[in-house]
Design a protein around this ligand. Structure first.
Ligand code: NI
Ligand code: MN
Length: 229
């Protein structure tokens, strides 16, 4: 069964699998890379990797409008409850759970997770999605390169969504090392070009990825899709 991955710019994606829509780090308002607004998206599930504003983004308003189940760490669940959300599922690092779309496990990310109002947002994470459609996706979130990524090779990742923008996360050199550890079939870079701080040459990364690894690197423009057959 095919899976559609839609890039919303920066680090926001929608995954459409088995008729369900999984929205990841829904940052639209004030996102210079966005082409649609938070009013334009639908979601059955919202995954939030960490508390930073460019990831928690429009989670509250989209969840209130759509009734989507928000999946994130325990501390952010508590913060979202105070903001009036009720349909929430707490996960934490290394833990996974079976959801209607498949299994979702929270993976290690080396980064921060403070919430926009200064509240404590726990630890940052990423997500390993083992979809019912048979496809496996890894969304790294904001992270440095970590040798722990080597374990993901055991999970036979079909598509890895990796930050390459440097400055706040892995840059192209470290992201390339991550690809060699994870050994995914396809790599889709994100978290670059949104602001001058994270302006890197994605075409150069793509060329190096295709030359030096077995993975196929796909660059998506905002609102472009990649379909895993
Ligand atoms: Ni961040
Ligand atoms: Mn970020």
């Amino acid at each position: 069964m095919s899976v559609q991955i839609i890039y919303h710019g920066h680090s926001a994606f929608s995954i459409v699998s088995d008729g369900m829509r999984i929205l990841i780090d829904p940052f639209f308002t004030d996102n210079p890379a966005a082409k649609i607004t938070e009013q334009d998206v639908s979601a059955d599930f919202i995954l939030v990797s960490h508390g930073h504003g460019d990831h928690i983004g429009d989670t509250i308003s989209i969840a209130k409008r759509t009734g989507a189940l928000v999946i994130c760490n325990f501390e952010i669940v508590g913060w979202l409850q105070k903001k009036g959300l009720q349909n929430l599922h707490p996960l934490h690092l290394g833990g996974g759970n079976q959801f209607p779309f498949g299994r979702c496990k929270m993976t290690i990310a080396h980064h921060g997770s403070g919430l926009p109002d200064g509240s404590y947002g726990g630890n940052p994470g990423g997500f390993l999605l083992q979809l019912n459609s048979g496809k496996t996706l890894y969304y790294a979130g904001d992270t440095a390169l970590t040798y722990d990524m080597k374990w993901l090779a055991d999970d036979h990742v079909d598509v890895a969504l990796l930050p390459i923008g440097d400055n706040f996360t892995m840059g192209p050199d470290d992201a390339l090392k991550a690809v060699k550890l994870i050994t995914p079939k396809t790599v889709i870079p994100c978290h670059y070009g949104t602001w001058p701080y994270i302006d890197v040459n994605a075409e150069d990364f793509q060329a190096r990825c295709n030359q030096e690894t077995d993975a196929n690197c796909v660059l998506l423009h905002t609102e472009q899709s990649f379909i895993i057959e």
